[in-house]
Structures are given as C-alpha cells and as structure tokens.
Design a protein around this ligand. Structure first.
Ligand SMILES: [Zn+2]
Length: 288
C-alpha cells in the first residue's frame, strides 16, 4: 500500500501548518469564548490525544483512502465513473459528495453508542480552540478508515481529489474549532456556505439538543438540508463540554485514552440535572 504522498507532505502539510499558526496567533488576539482552563494544561492534554491520532490519520487512514480510490479507478468502479461526467464536473461533484458523506459519518458518531464512546473524548474538552481540532481518540480515526474507504470506492472518487479533500477537511476543521472572533457580519455571511467557529461552538455545548446539531465539516449546507442547523445560541451562553465530565482532573492522558473502554455516563451534570435551554426562533439565525 502506498504511504508516501510527496505533494501532500511537501506542499499540503506546510500550508496546513501555516494556516494553523495564523489561527493560533489570531485566536489568542481575538477570543470568541472566555477560557475556563489554563491553555498550557489543555495543550498538553490535547497533544497527548493527537500524538496517537495523527499518525493513525497519516499512516493508516490516508493510505487506505488513496488505495480505495486507485482500486476504484483500475476497476472503473463507482458512481462518478458510471455517470461518465466530464472532469470539470466530476471533481467538484466528488468534493461535495465526500463532504456530504463526512456529515453522515459525524451524525453516526453521535447516534451510535459504540462510536460515541470514542467521539466523546473529543467533546469532553472543557474549552474549545484550535488544539481541539486534533483531539480525536485514535480509535475514532481507525474506525473511520473502513467507512471512509468504502465511500471513496463507492463514489469512485479520483485519488488526487481524495488527497486534496483531506487537506481542505483538516484546514476547515482547524478553522471551525478555533476560538477566533470573526466580525459578526462576516461570519453570518460565511456560515451560509461553510462551518464557522460560532456554528461549531454550538456543537460543543453541554445542552444535548445543541450538541446534536451542526454536524457539517466544510459546507454548512448539509445541516440545512437535514434540518440539523442551529445557530441562535450566543457564544457567551454556551458551556463547552459534556455535562457528566466537568472535572478537569479527569483529563489526564491515560484517562482520555481509557474513557471509551469504561462505563458510559448518562447525559447529566454531576448533581443529576440535565442542561436545557429554551428554544428561540428562528433557529437558523446566527446569534452574535
Ligand atoms: Zn461531534
């Protein structure tokens, strides 16, 4: 299986690194949500989770996606081949479909009890910023490989497109997890097309209805399409995290690794109450 992708590593990765550096500086200068914990402590915790997840992403997931794309290409298999679309339509259509299937995967991460055990580790971060963008349990990345490879094969997505999509996926994930305060008007317009920091902040709320919304990764259209878009919650009203994991002492590297294999807790605060918020309308109007 091919594991070396020179353009990805020598052009894509440095560009991603540059984008991450810009976001890291910008989110420190223009904070969107108030921090509740020490940034250094969280950086250490999130780095410990990413230390296993990122090698799995680069050395397992990416080669699997690429192999699936090449296999489909050799066998002339997949929806995009059968549709016999011209290249200039095949690539954008493939990009959109890859993004849509990642929306579906994110929904599955929340709806399946087994997958949630792993995705929960991402959500129990008590603050949300750039470093959360790589805080995914290694098990989640491994679990995504068969699903995402099957999708690439079924779509017949071209291999270069798969690599390009992955770069955009990572860049957009970094952007929407960041704690960067964009001018409201700019973000309001942007959120009509793509997932933004305010939109994804709501996805990390301790209110179940809010966590189970805004699943999109790059384009926000999939949430509009499935009526899972929820934008009316102001960022200073959001408590980030999962209600049953409020104790920062639990955020040790070993515990973060072990959480998926432990007894799962009900969606409630330590005192037994279930966080709720009155629904305001319209749901699709971005709160400042
Ligand atoms: Zn999620």
């Amino acid at each position: 299986m091919k594991v070396r992708f020179p353009y990805f590593d020598t052009i894509g990765m440095p560009l991603l690194g540059l984008a991450a550096t810009v976001l890291f500086v910008a989110e420190a200068k223009r904070q969107l949500r108030k921090r509740t914990r020490s940034k250094t402590e969280r950086l250490k915790e999130n780095a410990s989770v990413a230390a296993l997840a990122l090698p799995a992403l680069r050395l397992l997931l990416l080669p699997c996606l690429y192999a699936a794309a090449r296999q489909a290409e050799k066998s002339k298999f997949g929806v995009l081949y059968w549709a016999a679309l011209p290249v200039w339509i095949r690539y954008p259509a493939g990009f959109l479909l890859l993004d849509y299937t990642n929306y579906l995967w994110h929904v599955l991460l929340h709806k399946s009890d087994l997958l949630w055990r792993f995705h929960n580790v991402h959500h129990i971060d008590l603050d949300l910023d750039l470093s959360t963008a790589w805080r995914f349990h290694v098990g989640e990345n491994i679990a995504s490989a068969p699903y995402r490879s099957a999708v690439v094969a079924l779509l017949g997505a071209p291999a270069p497109l798969v690599l390009f999509y992955e770069l955009m996926f990572e860049g957009c994930t970094a952007f929407h997890h960041s704690n960067l305060r964009l001018p409201y008007k700019v973000e309001q317009r942007l959120s009509r097309v793509m997932v933004t920091p305010r939109m994804h902040g709501i996805h990390h709320s301790i209110v179940a209805k809010e966590t189970n919304s805004n699943y999109s990764v790059i384009f926000s259209w999939w949430d509009r399409l499935h009526n899972s878009l929820l934008l009316h919650v102001a960022q200073d009203e959001i408590t980030i995290g999962v209600p049953s994991f409020r104790d920062p002492k639990e955020q040790t590297p070993l515990n973060l690794f072990m959480i998926p294999f432990k007894h799962q807790r009900a969606w409630q605060l330590p005192d037994g109450t279930v966080p709720e918020r009155e629904e305001k309308f319209p749901r699709t109007r971005l709160a400042p």
